[in-house]
Design a protein. Structure first.
Length: 204
């Protein structure tokens, strides 16, 4: 996951900046938002794939974060970033459940979906006509599987970061990624079989 520097525009350490925000320091709050606004917007774009909705959800993220910030306490093994990104993901998921939205084309490069060498059914697809089918298959995944794919292979989060962001055990993240890869594998195999059948008919 993209790292956010420990010092913001004010030169304050993150924990000092948060404490000032919790005391009602408006300048500190503005600095905190500036520090994270680009990444939060990018994350919302990846999940929503609609720029207007992403802008709305980024604003909603900071509104919710500002309301919850006075109660925020950093826990051992946790981070402020994961807390904020969890709010962003939840905002996006709520919006997706409420309304139909027109998604934008997938950005380049295509996601590196199969990190493990033994589970790379789409490796050749990224350089073939099957790329479109793969990306369509990602869109067709159920929400909980599609979101973890986006966070892992587009946002670049580790399994542990995704688990913290989504509020689920890391084992659940691994299970969802495995299920998503299997479903994508099945789509590839089906599409390849259809392509071979059509090719055979043309040459018959």
């Amino acid at each position: 996951m993209e790292q956010v520097t420990d010092r913001g525009p004010t030169g304050l350490e993150l924990e000092d900046l948060i404490r000032r925000c919790q005391r009602g320091d408006k300048l500190a709050l503005e600095a905190l938002i500036r520090r994270y606004q680009t990444y939060v917007f990018r994350l919302c774009c990846l999940v929503m794939r609609n720029e207007q909705d992403a802008e709305d959800m980024a604003q909603e993220t900071f509104l919710r974060a500002c309301r919850a910030l006075p109660r925020y306490q950093r826990r051992e093994g946790s981070s402020f970033e994961a807390w904020l990104y969890r709010i962003a993901v939840n905002c996006c998921r709520s919006r997706m459940r409420r309304k139909w939205y027109q998604v934008l084309p997938w950005p380049d490069p295509a996601p590196q979906l199969m990190a493990e060498p033994e589970e790379q059914p789409e490796r050749k697809v990224q350089q073939s006509e099957g790329r479109t089918e793969m990306l369509d298959a990602i869109d067709a995944l159920g929400e909980k599987h599609r979101v973890v794919v986006i966070l892992r292979y587009y946002a670049g989060m580790s399994n542990e970061e995704i688990a913290e962001t989504m509020g689920v055990p890391s084992g659940t993240v691994r299970s969802r990624l495995h299920t998503a890869r299997e479903r994508l594998r099945q789509v590839l195999e089906t599409n390849q079989s259809r392509s071979e059948q059509m090719s055979g008919r043309k040459h018959a």
